[in-house]
Design a protein around this ligand. Structure first.
Ligand code: NAD
Length: 334
């Protein structure tokens, strides 16, 4: 006899595994993000009611998809995780409260507020100031080696500027396609009778995960750094705040999103969310929310991680824009 909860959990997990395969492995999403998020929310809610039924291989516990073997593997020495989501102010304030409760003292850190760039996460390793390796996030532990492709991204430095950077360190950031570049690319694809990309995120992912780096080189990709991963052999001490480290990256020549702001409290995070939401359509690139990070790295370390996301950051998502009709429209044009 079937238990209806077990059965529903299995259905939701199978659906999400299919969506993930289409999105992460084939770079060809089968449903809009809003639909994916809805199914994931249902899964998480059901798992919360039945924690004994959570399995380690549930999509709620995992990051991304399986890396493609053809690229060669990169083991992430510091795992590349995902982010938990908040969908409204109440959920965002609950995130702040959880952090304070866990610390058992008032949360006396500012917050770094950043747009949530809609591209894909990339790890870039520098040794003695030279770019030596680029990798996708993959499943968070094992990524794809895309060094040759990453080197073609115009605004990503092959060699760092200045001095004081660690002898070996990893910069993490988002590779994305600006709206104008995306439109031009789709126009060219249409002229050549090729398949159109559903959205700039999908175009960026498809362009970066090419086995022929000449194709990547012909695509208009941009990189913005948003964190530091592995650090070995510090020359000068790195800053002890997230925002401070971003400023160091900038001084060494790494591009940052110009909208990033340091704010002092959770109320100001709400103001940032509203400002960026209003600017959303005027930005040159697509974003799907903001990312709020507790700025003090000591506190970040104290808070740590859960299975697939840090406890010190949250993606506060904007209301969905993309609808199924948009995806279908694109498919009809192919
Ligand atoms: P996520 O996109 O919600 O958040 C984590 C990612 O945010 C990071 O890996 C990084 O790439 C990105 N990011 C952008 N700006 C950042 C910043 N300033 N700082 C830190 N990170 C930043 O999580 P995810 O696990 O990559 O993907 C889940 C989401 O992807 C879903 O919520 C859904 O929207 C979409 N998705 C859609 C489908 C589909 O079929 N349509 C399938 C899978 C996933």
């Amino acid at each position: 006899m079937h238990n209806p909860v077990t059965q529903r959990l299995a259905e939701l997990r199978a659906t999400l595994n299919d969506y993930n395969y289409q999105y992460y492995v084939l770079d060809d999403p089968s449903v809009p993000d809003a639909e994916y998020d809805r199914v994931m929310q249902e899964l998480k809610a059901l798992e919360q009611q039945h924690p004994d039924l959570i399995t380690p291989d549930s999509p709620s516990q995992k990051v991304g998809g399986q890396p493609i073997a053809a690229f060669g593997e990169v083991q992430h020495e510091v795992p590349m995780l995902s982010l938990d989501n908040a969908f409204d102010n109440e959920e965002f304030q609950a995130f702040v409260k959880r952090a304070g409760d866990r610390l058992k003292r008032p949360l006396n850190s500012g917050f770094c507020c950043e747009p949530k760039l809609d591209g894909l996460a990339v790890s870039v390793l520098y040794e003695n100031g030279q770019l030596v390796r680029g990798a996708t996030r993959g499943d968070g532990r094992t990524g794809e080696n895309i060094t040759a492709n990453v080197k073609t991204i115009g605004n990503l430095p092959l060699a760092l500027r200045g001095e004081g950077y660690p002898a070996r360190f990893e910069v993490r950031g988002e590779v994305f396609m600006r709206r104008d570049g995306f439109e031009k690319l789709n126009q060219t694809q249409a002229e050549q009778g090729k398949k159109l990309f559903a959205n700039p995120r999908n175009a960026a992912a498809g362009s970066l995960r090419q086995l022929d780096s000449r194709i990547t080189a012909s695509r208009p990709l941009t990189f913005y750094a948003y964190s530091v991963g592995l650090v070995e052999d510090e020359v000068e001490e790195l800053a002890d705040t997230h925002y401070g480290r971003l400023q160091q990256l900038k001084a060494w020549g790494l591009p940052l999103c110009p909208e990033v702001r340091l704010v002092k409290d959770s109320q100001a995070c709400g103001d940032f969310y509203q400002q960026i939401l209003q600017k959303r359509d005027a930005l040159a690139y697509e974003i799907d929310g903001v990312v709020i990070k507790i700025d003090d790295l000591g506190i970040q370390q104290e808070l740590g991680f859960v299975a697939r996301a840090p406890r010190w950051a949250i993606a506060w998502k904007f209301p969905a824009q993309e609808e199924m009709t948009e995806l279908l429209d694109v498919e009809f044009q192919v």
